[in-house]
Design a protein around this ligand. Sequence first.
Ligand code: ADP
Length: 334
Amino acid sequence: LRMVSSSPIGNEPVSDEELRPHVLDGFIGQPRLKAQLQLFLDAARKRDVPPDHILLAGPPGLGKTTLAMIVANELEVPIRVTSGPAVQHAGDLASILSSLDTGEVLFIDEIHRLPRAAEELLYIAMEDFRVDVMVGKGPGASSIPLTLPRFTVIGATTREGMLPSPLRARFGFTAHLDFYPQEELEKLIERSANVLGVNLDDGSAHELALRSRGTPRIANRLLRRVRDWAIVHDLIMVRPDDVKEALALYQIDSEGLDRLDLAVLNAIVRNFGGGPVGLNNLAAMVGEESETVETVCEPYLVREGFLMRTPKGRVATEKAWQHLGLTPTSDVSK
Ligand code: ADP
């Protein structure tokens, strides 16, 4: 799995595993989504058929992979994991599909990045449980239709809008994951602290959650850095001030904005007079891919009221100026 990250703290994709809940009950927050998913799974179990295909949409680190694994675990079926960029040719996907067993879950991360031919093959497979396998090469090549057992695709995407509608229409259930509110993050941090054996004093989870950008993956990552701090300083209990001090070292501010968030706001304000500025210009200015700025950075900045997307481009809000310690220039406010 490829993780998109702009954090200076590193990725630690392997350690995502140790903090992953395995049952729906252990999945923190997102109550409506959990209730919907529970019903969906219960119905499939009662009917004794593999459930419909599921699409999970939302910014990175909010629990899409975790949910996919929980679904497979709850259904007691194996899960096969691949991703859009890992599938280079339609044939790669055809061979995965033709090796699936009945009821198996196929998880496709970044499904919006599948090549076009693979996309077409996939939606036929999802609809008709059939795949056309090419035999031979050149003019003598022919395609043999192969019937597949019933299986469940779980697609994850940070850009639902990029999925072609025929593919999107093949999903019986689409879940939108949103940033986690402060209380849910605190619960998540307390759970993770238990797993990692970190002793958090009252208020420490709160300070951590404030800096977690509404994102479980970031909350867990920051918690590990705080654990390091506690180990190095021989702390038995981590107090809120320890959290502040430890995370100040990593330049995480109390609004949870990270380096890329701040670079984007700074660019809009300082280089483009507050905007509007087009996405591509903005991305070039901060030295990131447009997709990263759009899917990793902007959703949080918009939600927290630092940035607006307007038809003319991105605009920094007054809150953004203030956060950077500046006042909006007069020509921006008109
Ligand atoms: P995504 O696939 O959306 O990028 P992941 O599912 O890989 O995100 O989640 C990143 C990390 O955050 C994992 O370690 C996972 O255990 C943790 N996590 C995410 N959502 C939750 C949640 N609701 N409850 C508990 N842990 C979570």
